[in-house]
Design a protein around this ligand. Structure first.
Ligand SMILES: Cc1ncc(COP(=O)(O)O)c(C=O)c1O
Length: 390
């Protein structure tokens, strides 16, 4: 079996089907025509195999799905219009009125809103749970709990969850486990070896890697789950566009090389910030003193470039001055691209199950591919603007 970096380059690649061209063409297609009634009828038998109608997938999106699935190790993948469409499509496909979902308290905020606003309207109840609950999740599972949703490390706060323990308890009670695995990318976590049934990637982030497309990929453990979710995605019409699928596949080919650099630079920045007198703590599971480090070491094989940190208490205007002064870190909500980003996160940390305590302002950094020495010099001059009296 090929090693991971080899799979990144070769999976889903079929030059022999496209005149020898290395990359698949971008299929611009809505309508597909059939030569005969017999062929038209036959295409209905397996609606999601082969080119049938643009919304059901194109050879470009099939190639991306094949490649991601080979890396994730599941049964089959489904590409979607965005990372959020992958999350909401999974929930829609697997839940119905009267069901209950256990959602991690540190989930991506729109995931929380989807539960609170959309699922609630359709009679699906959500219980948010402490990300550190581990095997204790068993006590929260009800007879109607259909999905336990994990996101590890958590959005903004980076708690690492005990995914195998949670999956074991969920499966014992007949519930499925879905994971937002965007932070780990398909490279640093083996979802199906850890008990995950549905692994979700906001491919917009590291897979696309260049901040120029919206894309999601769902990978499923079994044909049954895949068929349910694929049907829901097709019915909702939130398929990936061919251009976006192409950009995802193109980004994927360099994911291994990029992630090595993102990880190395993020560690350099995190270590530097940890030692800075104006920084109270750094939230990055790859650091040995991080509370999630032991679980991260056990379950992950690497860390991406996204981490958080807390400043020592200081006035809000000083934080603004710090952020406004930065030359190489842009203010932006996304992550996973080649460029460094930073955002304040205090106002975005919404908790209902396990309170989040921070005395000082919280920030999040996406470490890009710039020289880390320049990034550190930039942060250094910025941090001079905080912690002064008055
Ligand atoms: C952890 C996580 N999951 C999912 C998403 C949603 O992805 P998209 O923006 O592609 O909808 C994001 C976006 O920021 C995210 O941070």
């Amino acid at each position: 079996m090929a090693k991971r970096d080899t799979k990144i380059v070769h999976s889903g690649s079929h030059p022999e089907q496209q005149l020898g061209a290395v990359n698949p063409p971008v299929y611009h297609v809505s309508t597909v025509t059939y030569p005969t009634m017999a062929a038209l009828r036959a295409s209905g038998g397996k609606p999601f195999d082969g080119l049938r109608y643009g919304r059901f997938g194109t050879p470009t999106s099939f190639a991306l799905e094949e490649a991601v699935c080979a890396l994730e190790g599941g049964y089959r993948s489904i590409s979607t219009a965005s990372g959020l469409a992958a999350i909401t499509g999974t929930l829609d496909a697997l839940l119905k009125t009267g069901d209950h979902v256990l959602m991690v308290d540190s989930c991506y905020h729109p995931t929380r809103r989807y539960c609170d606003e959309h699922l609630r309207r359709y009679g699906v109840e959500t219980t948010f749970y402490d990300p550190l609950v581990g095997a204790g999740i068993a006590a929260l599972i009800r007879p109607n709990t259909r999905i336990v949703f994990v996101e590890s490390p958590g959005s903004l706060t980076f708690e690492v969850q005990d995914v195998p323990a949670i999956a074991q308890a969920a499966h014992a009670a007949g519930a499925l486990v879905a994971m937002d695995a965007t932070w780990a990318t398909p490279l640093f976590f083996r979802p199906f070896e850890k008990g995950i049934d549905v692994s979700i990637q906001a491919a917009t982030k590291f897979i696309v890697g260049h901040s120029d497309a919206m894309l999601g990929v769902i990978t499923c453990a079994s044909e049954e789950i895949w068929y349910k979710i694929k049907s829901a995605i097709a019915l909702a019409g939130v398929c990936a566009g061919s251009e976006e699928a192409y950009l995802g596949l193109r980004g994927l080919r360099t994911l291994g090389a990029r992630l090595k650099q993102h990880q190395e630079s993020a560690l350099t920045l995190a270590r530097w910030l940890r030692a800075h007198p104006k920084v109270a703590r750094v939230l990055y599971p790859a650091l040995p003193e991080d509370p999630g480090h032991a679980l991260w070491r056990r379950d992950f094989t690497g860390a991406c470039g996204l981490f958080g940190f807390e400043l020592r208490p200081c006035p809000a205007e000083q934080v603004d001055a710090l952020l406004d002064s930065l030359e190489y870190f842009s203010l932006g909500y996304s992550w996973g691209g080649f460029e460094s980003l930073i955002i304040p996160t205090t106002a975005g940390i919404i908790r209902t199950a396990a309170p989040w305590r921070a005395a000082g302002p919280m920030l999040r950094i996406h470490t890009g591919l710039e020289d880390p020495a320049d990034l550190i010099a930039d942060l250094d001059q910025g941090l001079m603007r905080v912690g002064k009296s008055g």
